[in-house]
Design a protein around this ligand. Structure first.
Ligand code: ADP
Ligand code: MG
Length: 616
């Protein structure tokens, strides 16, 4: 028997309409789909441009605009124009606040640990909402082109995105009215677009070098039997094309100091010229233009010299990624380029020189990620049955063992497909049957998890308890179908699972269950902290009583009384089971006793002091 779990939603897999792929980028986003086996990138009718700036402008009426129009507002209304919302996804105010890169718009939060929000006109916008606006824009674009409603999508994220960031991305999809079938790593998508991994016979090690507008990511992928494994990731979340533009602006300002005065401190226009200079130098060796009566020049050789340190940094990141993957650069089969900035010829030269290999630049580096997402989407839509799907399972799968404990056989975030076997035995002499109950969830007790079904391994030959060797194998395939089998290895009696229930869990339930395990982790942590405080309190009480006793002759009656009272306070706080009260009482005793203990020491009267808790 099989349990058909849709790995993302927990629901049954039913027939699929068209599924599209979305590259939700820091600087640009775009959407692509596969039609009749061909990848199509959605472009503007007139400009042939596929890239939608990932910028959201919110006007005085609270209306939202995304894309090129919003990009223009970066200069005229920076406080209500949000760029790089992707950087805020799944982050708390604390995460952002410790970031050394200021944003032009205002972020707020009452609670340091809560998710960050953007503040515009008395209203807070979450990064999820902002990303949802971008996704809605892309949804409209692809619907217009296809003339059909689109709801199922695959969205890409950086390989280093953590769970919170991935979940936030999925939530943004949901908010945009989309059903996010899968979150795919950007380097994986890029590799797919290059056709890597589509031949199950071939295994390859690939470096994906992604230099975008504001970020640099390098990932090393190991692709075996169509399964993508991210061996390592490295990079710099604040290194990209924007920095190159800034370097050019700085160079011009050095050449023409008078520009500083002219521009009134705002170099936005210069930056735009710098970007076009940079782009034109991908094709020519010389750039000049007139700006406010001044001729701005940039030669290719000078441009290369300006960006050399930046390129050096990216190569250092590649070295670190190789080190983490425990690979030598000679073991890399292929290097692929992603991100608009990799169009710079000097970067191509430097990388092929370092890896001693030519770099594959045959595809449009702005579009490969979306194209790969579209290929993945097509596979999910069931149009491409030959290919393997790759994913991780969002919740652990396991069985119930003695005492109602959950024994996770396949743990959360395991790669799919996977197969895991575990050995068990019987607990009663002559036991003939063994009931195997399958659960999904993160809690220690099966009662807190979700039961998927159960079956019974029958006809175990009678043996003393502990002798039968029962192997239980969980096999989760690419479509999220879980097969459970049990075999008594000594006799060879085997049973495939006879699961009675075939329902999975909804996404809401999944979110709740994850929340539950996180919240309970918090409860556990609090309990541990209280225990530690109680132990410390008891230790201090003991030391204090010892100190009073040993120094009776030296201490004044007043001091003895005060020390006794402070010690009592600790005991009282312990009985109240309050961590903070215990800590406070300990501190008060320490503060009072420290100088006395010091005196006692000085007078050489006694060396028995309040241990490490005194005079901290
Ligand atoms: P992201 O993935 O961060 O959204 P992109 O992959 O869209 O970013 O890359 C955008 C960056 O690529 C911008 O800084 C842009 O100036 C740069 N870029 C685009 N074309 C070229 C080119 N021909 N030469 C150099 N840089 C380019
Ligand atoms: Mg990108």
């Amino acid at each position: 028997m099989k349990i058909p779990i849709n790995i993302q939603s927990g629901e049954l897999n039913t027939e699929n309409p068209m599924v599209v792929g979305i590259d939700l980028g820091t600087t640009h986003s775009l959407v692509a789909y596969v039609k009749n086996g061909e990848v199509k990138v959605v472009r503007d009718d007139n400009s042939r441009n596929a890239l939608v700036p990932s910028i959201v402008f919110i006007d005085e009426n609270g209306d939202t605009f995304v894309g090129n129009y919003a990009k223009e507002k970066l200069i005229s209304a920076p406080e209500r124009t949000i760029y790089s919302a992707k950087r805020l996804m799944g982050k708390s105010y604390h995460d952002i606040n410790t970031d050394s890169h200021p944003l032009a718009y205002q972020i707020i939060d009452s609670d340091k640990e809560a998710m960050v929000k953007v503040w515009i006109d008395e209203r807070a916008y979450t990064p999820v909402e902002l990303s949802a606006s971008i996704l809605k824009e892309l949804k409209l674009k692809v619907e217009k082109q296809l003339g059909a409603v689109i709801s199922k999508v695959v969205i890409t994220v950086p390989a280093y995105f953590n769970d919170a960031q991935r979940q936030a991305t999925k939530d943004a999809g949901k908010l945009a009215g989309l059903d996010v079938l899968r979150i795919v790593n950007e380097p994986t998508a890029a590799a797919l677009a290059y056709g890597i991994g589509l031949d199950p016979e071939k295994s390859e090690r690939v470096v994906v070098y992604d230099l975008g507008g504001g970020t640099f990511d390098v990932s090393i992928l190991d692709i075996v039997d169509g399964v993508f494994d991210v061996l390592s990731t490295n990079g710099d979340t604040y290194l990209g094309g924007d920095d190159i533009d800034r370097l050019i602006v700085n160079y011009w300002l050095e050449q023409h100091p008078e520009l500083r005065r002219e521009s009134n401190g705002s170099f936005q226009e210069l930056r735009i010229i710098a970007e076009s200079a940079k782009k034109s130098l991908s094709q020519s060796t010389e750039f000049h233009t007139e700006y406010q009566g001044i001729t701005l020049n940039l030669s290719l050789s000078h441009f290369n010299a300006i960006i050399k340190p930046l390129v050096d940094t990216t190569i250092d990141c590649c070295k670190n990624a190789l080190k983490d993957a425990k690979l030598d650069k000679s073991e890399i089969d292929r290097i692929i380029f992603v991100g608009g900035s990799t169009r710079i010829p000097y970067i191509q030269e430097r990388l092929s020189e370092y890896f001693e290999k030519s770099v594959d630049t045959s595809m449009n580096p702005d579009e490969v990620v979306a194209m790969g997402a579209a290929i993945q989407a097509d596979i999910l839509a069931g149009n491409n049955k030959d290919f393997l799907l790759l994913d991780v399972t969002p919740l652990s799968l396991g069985i119930e063992t003695v005492g109602g404990l959950m024994d996770a056989v396949i743990s959360r975030n395991s790669k799919v497909p996977c197969k895991v076997g575990r050995n068990y035995t019987t607990s009663v002499d002559g036991q003939k049957n063994l009931r195997i109950s399958v659960f999904q969830g993160e809690r220690d007790m099966v009662a807190d998890n979700r039961k998927l079904g159960e079956f019974t391994l029958t006809n175990i030959p009678p043996m003393p308890a502990g002798i039968p060797k029962i192997e239980i194998v969980f096999q989760l395939d690419v479509d999220g179908i879980l097969k459970v089998s049990a075999t008594e290895l000594r006799s060879g009696v085997k049973q495939e699972i006879k699961i009675k229930s075939t329902y999975g869990i909804s996404e809401e339930e999944m979110a709740l269950m994850l929340k539950d395990s996180i919240e309970n982790a918090e409860v556990d942590m609090k309990a541990r902290a209280l225990n530690e405080a109680i132990n410390e309190g008891k230790y201090v009480v003991q030391s204090s009583l010892k100190f009073i006793k040993q120094n009776e002759s030296f201490l004044s009656i007043e001091q003895i009384e005060k020390l006794g009272n402070l010690t009592d306070s600790i005991e009282k706080a312990i009985s109240q089971q309050s961590k903070d009260a215990i800590q406070k009482a300990i501190n008060e005793l320490n503060d009072y006793s420290a100088p006395i203990a010091q005196e006692a020491l000085d007078m050489n009267i006694q060396n028995a002091i309040l241990g490490t808790h005194v005079g901290k």
